[in-house]
Design a protein around this ligand. Structure first.
Ligand SMILES: NC(=O)c1ccc[n+]([C@@H]2O[C@H](COP(=O)([O-])OP(=O)(O)OC[C@H]3O[C@@H](n4cnc5c(N)ncnc54)[C@H](O)[C@@H]3O)[C@@H](O)[C@H]2O)c1
Length: 335
């Protein structure tokens, strides 16, 4: 373990959400000398069931609370002698940010500020790590070709991505102004177990098996680069432990698919493993009114993290999608 993690209690925020709850068990396993304090407000998006496998782990503590609560954050830093932060907590659903942006501004910007500023005050003279989890959406939208790199301009288009961009800038400024040991990782769309039902892939699976229309925005041609959540967790652990202070790392799965193709692939998996009495699940696909300001395409060039830290996504998309479908079938009790 490198110096920056020598104080061994890490505050992980938003650990009851999709990525955080995949990450914490992996992180505890890979870093046996580290204690984790998971601070999560348990909004509609957080679920402690996602963490049942580690709830009795001796190195794990859960605290219900808000990253916007400055007094609570200060108390946690003092009580647990926090020596590292990994900040997952966020309002994360683009559609919600279009309908009601205020909470995105509060949690994503003010909450990140609270964490940074408490760390700055508490860690005086210490070089502990602050790892901020962000998104490729801060870079805006691509055309038919090209890739986002760490040098791409920030051009956020939704209130969600604008709030994440703002938090990224705050993190950056705490490195440049105060010399804090920060890293930021911006990843593409994650898929895998434990994602909230509101997101695209769970919505497709749930709608399909419940016999409902499978809603696809616009013409279904919007492209995302899909990253299996386990690969993302491996990348975060690598960056937290080995990333260079002040740097940004992009993570992508090298799996570009449009939304319609994703829906068709999921239907094909269901047709094979869970066939309907007649016809294909594909017949349930329905095009619905497009999302406002819907970005056309995101794609990541992950060569920096690959060259500098040796990380590369390894999950094959077909097998990752099959694992994901099976996990949701169990969740929805179809097996
Ligand atoms: N899911 C993706 O595809 C994706 C892609 C790129 C980046 N990200 C980023 O990764 C991080 C995690 O995303 P996710 O998909 O797991 O999100 P999620 O919505 O599943 O989980 C967010 C978690 O944060 C908690 N939370 C929300 N507000 C809080 C607050 N004020 N204080 C404490 N906890 C709070 C929620 O209860 C929930 O457990 C986010 O920062 C997101 O922007 C996600």
């Amino acid at each position: 373990m490198v110096d920056h993690a020598s104080n061994n209690t890490v505050l992980i925020t938003g650990g009851a959400g999709f990525i955080g709850s995949n990450f914490i068990p992996y992180f505890l396993d890979k870093n046996p000398s580290i204690n984790v304090v998971n601070l999560d407000l348990l909004t509609y998006a957080g679920d402690l069931k996602n963490l049942e496998e580690i709830e009795d782990h001796p190195n794990y503590t859960f605290v219900k609370g808000d990253i916007c609560d400055y007094a609570l954050i200060k108390q946690l830093f003092e009580e647990f002698k926090i020596g590292g932060v990994i900040n997952f907590a966020a309002e994360s659903h683009v559609d919600n940010s279009i309908n009601s942006p205020a909470q995105f501004i509060k949690t994503n910007i003010e909450g990140t500020f609270n964490l940074l500023d408490t760390a700055r005050n508490f860690w005086k003279g210490k070089y502990y790590r602050f790892h901020h989890i962000s998104t490729d959406e801060v870079y805006g939208s691509l055309g038919e070709d090209g890739f986002f790199t760490e040098k791409s301009n920030y051009q956020p288009n939704s209130p969600y991505s604008a709030s994440k961009a703002s938090s990224d800038f705050l993190v950056r400024s705490y490195h440049h102004t105060y010399g804090m040991n920060v890293v930021t990782s911006n990843c593409s769309n994650n898929y895998g177990p434990k994602q909230h039902d509101e997101k695209l892939i769970p919505t497709i699976i749930r709608s399909a098996i419940k016999g409902l229309n499978i809603p696809i925005y616009g013409n279904g041609k919007n492209v995302r680069d899909w990253l299996f959540v386990k690969d993302h967790c491996i990348g975060i652990n690598t960056i937290y432990n080995e990333g260079k202070a002040g740097e940004t790392y992009l993570l992508g799965g090298n799996n570009e698919y449009d939304n319609l193709t994703i829906a068709q692939e999921i239907c094909a998996i269901l047709d094979l493993n869970f066939p309907k009495i007649s016809g294909s699940y594909k017949n349930q696909i329905e095009f619905v009114k497009d999302r406002l300001g819907h970005d056309f395409r995101y794609a990541i060039d992950a060569s920096k993290i690959s060259n500098e830290l040796g990380w590369k996504a390894s999950e094959n998309f077909d097998s990752g999608l099959e694992k994901t479908v099976n996990w949701y079938l169990k969740k929805y009790q179809f097996y």
